[in-house]
Design a protein around this ligand. Structure first.
Ligand code: ATP
Ligand code: ATP
Ligand code: CA
Length: 218
């Protein structure tokens, strides 16, 4: 069975989600009030329709409640975003992801039952700033406000040493859960695994601890 999604709001963020879901093989119903946006996505999405999702009857007629996951990517019109979320939640849509414009918007969305609230501009800013601060931190995945998984490139300060030599968990409270070495990936490396120059370490832990490790070792 193909995965089925609805994307409401075809701005840059919503549009990019539609393209990627389609590329990954999903069925996507794309919705916007704007005729030009809908025309643009008619060739890309499985189905593209002009509709105002703040109208409950319209939502019912489109059968949106039968989809597994709805993404609400209405950014600037916070009222429309909130109203759409409320209507869909009342109709019993199981999973709703909503793009928040600011922290107050996010708090309202969480109160009315949005399942996932995302802050793409804020998060991308944080990510880019982190990458700029350390050329050795290649990427990271936020697990909570205070914990992440980071990809850290091994430099000559740690290359040649094993995990025991560096005593990483004991000293920093972080765990190396994998090592990417060229095409290969070593999952759960043994304590005596030697790190090579250019290895990419997959590190999990509290942000403060990972940053301590990066500052000390990089
Ligand atoms: P971007 O991702 O480009 O930054 P944005 O977050 O600034 O976009 P907007 O441009 O405000 O978001 O809205 C995205 C789209 O949502 C617009 O194309 C707009 O027409 C559409 N939209 C706004 N209100 C509704 C609604 N009630 N029903 C359906 N679509 C809507
Ligand atoms: P611990 O003393 O932390 O309980 P342990 O008794 O399991 O570790 P080893 O597995 O032999 O001992 O590892 C010795 C030390 O090597 C650990 O204390 C830790 O500092 C470091 N180490 C081993 N594996 C990892 C890992 N995957 N990530 C980070 N550090 C590790
Ligand atoms: Ca915007």
């Amino acid at each position: 069975m193909k995965k089925e999604f609805v994307v409401i709001g075809l701005g840059r963020f919503g549009g990019s989600i539609v393209r990627e879901l389609v590329r990954l093989g999903a069925d996507v119903l794309a919705i916007d009030t704007n005729q030009e946006k809908v025309d643009e996505f008619a060739k890309i999405a499985t189905q593209a329709v002009i509709a105002d999702t703040t109208d409950e009857d319209v939502i019912k007629s489109l059968g949106i409640r039968n989809f597994e996951h709805v993404i609400i990517a209405i950014g600037e019109n916070i009222q429309n975003s909130i109203l759409t979320t409320l209507i869909l939640k009342d109709l019993g849509v199981k999973q709703i992801t909503v793009k928040a414009q600011n922290d107050y918007h996010a708090r309202v969305l969480e109160k009315i039952g949005a399942d996932f609230v995302v802050h793409p501009e804020r998060d991308m800013g944080i990510r880019i700033a982190n990458n700029m601060m350390s050329s050795n931190v290649l990427d990271y995945l936020e697990l909570s406000d205070e914990h992440s998984i980071m990809e850290i490139k091994a430099n000559d300060q740690i290359a040649g040493y094993s995990l025991i030599d560096l005593d990483i968990r004991a000293k920093y409270g972080i765990n190396i859960v994998g090592i990417k070495r060229g095409e290969a990936i070593i999952i759960s490396p043994a304590a005596d695994e030697k790190i090579l120059l250019g290895d990419i370490l997959l590190v999990i832990g509290a942000d403060v601890d990972i940053n301590r490790f990066v500052k000390k070792m990089m």
